[in-house]
Design a protein around this ligand. Structure first.
Ligand SMILES: Nc1nc2c(ncn2[C@@H]2O[C@H](COP(=O)(O)OP(=O)(O)OP(=O)(O)O)[C@@H](O)[C@H]2O)c(=O)[nH]1
Ligand SMILES: [Mg+2]
Ligand SMILES: [Zn+2]
Length: 296
């Protein structure tokens, strides 16, 4: 007798998938051959699937539920939250990258969370200024230290019940944070496995890990998610800046808030209700998108 069950794919490679079910993880699932994968680009971490379990305990993925979203680099489905990690120092905060991650998240309807790590490398005024910029926009923030284990509980509570993806440039401490959240994960930190104290092959596929109290999280290497979404057009950029929506209207419909006269956003920048540096980074991203259009 076969049972049909629903679950979430944790990872998959070499034709084997691990699928999280209500009552535990089915460690070895295969893919039903007749499954039409061209519509889905395959089965990836985060996919909600239904599987049948044979008497020997092996699972067979029978179908994939429609996806809420799908990211390409790395390939992962149904992400609820992108955690944009930035370090206070080593490396110094790259707020342009944070803004790009926020743009990508907003554009794909994924909730963003900003996580400021390495708060032990105390630069109080810097931490406060980053908080100031993003809190006023309305983004949730969390200040932690992976090495000191500081505030990891509040990070954990912000991850509860969701599928989250850690993103941010190399060295900000993403893998260190996962090791704090989940000591048994033993991810490579600074390219070195903590337990083995030597480098291992960096995994190229995403693996969702189960958090205590519910929720799944995936690490990504520093180079992922850095590209702006392919389909994002320059005209769409203003819409993913929540603070621009509160400015009232500009003289021109579809104002890009760049060189146009009577622009409500530029007025808000002059009056100090919109952060000048964040606005400058907006113009940089806008020009990057425009340059990209010219090249196509
Ligand atoms: N001082 C301090 N150092 C930290 C903290 N978190 C991580 N580090 C150090 O920062 C370095 C990089 O940490 P990783 O966790 O490998 O960074 P990552 O974001 O995973 O980097 P990639 O995998 O290259 O993208 C390591 O030497 C960590 O020990 C922290 O809270 N404070
Ligand atoms: Mg890492
Ligand atoms: Zn405008």
């Amino acid at each position: 007798m076969e049972q049909e069950l629903q679950g979430i794919v944790l990872n998959g490679h070499g034709g084997f998938y691990q699928v999280l079910l209500d009552k535990g993880v089915c460690q070895t699932c295969h893919l039903r051959g007749k499954l039409r994968l061209n519509d889905y680009e395959g089965v990836w971490a985060g996919d909600r699937v239904w599987i049948s379990i044979a008497d020997d305990g092996g699972g067979m993925i029978e179908g994939i539920f429609p996806r809420r979203n799908f990211l390409l680099r790395p390939r992962i489905a149904n992400v609820d939250q992108i955690v944009a990690v930035v370090a206070i120092n080593n490396p110094p905060p790259d707020l342009l990258l944070i803004d790009k991650l926020l743009v990508a998240a907003e554009y794909q309807n994924i909730s963003p969370l900003i996580c400021i790590n390495k708060c032990d490398l105390d630069k109080k005024s810097l931490t406060e200024s980053i908080i100031g910029v993003y809190q006023s926009v309305g983004y949730p923030l969390c200040v932690v230290s992976a090495v000191r284990g500081e505030n990891i509980d509040s990070l954990l509570s912000l991850l509860r019940g969701k599928i989250s993806l850690l993103a941010g440039c190399s060295g900000v401490g993403k893998s260190s944070l996962i090791n704090e959240l989940l000591p048994e994960a033993d991810l490579e930190v600074g390219g070195i496995s903590q337990r083995l104290q030597r480098g291992r092959h960096t995994t190229r596929y995403v693996s969702l890990l189960q958090l205590a109290g519910g929720g799944l999280i995936a690490d990504t290497p520093g180079f992922s998610l850095l590209d702006l979404p392919q389909e994002l057009e320059p005209e769409q950029l203003p819409r993913v800046y929540p603070e621009f929506q509160r400015c009232g209207s500009c003289r021109f419909d579809g104002c890009s808030h760049d060189k146009e006269p009577d622009c409500a956003v530029k007025k808000a920048v002059e009056q100090g209700t919109i952060d000048t540096e964040r606005y400058r980074r907006y113009l940089k991203i806008l020009n990057e998108l425009r340059d990209r259009e010219v090249k196509y």
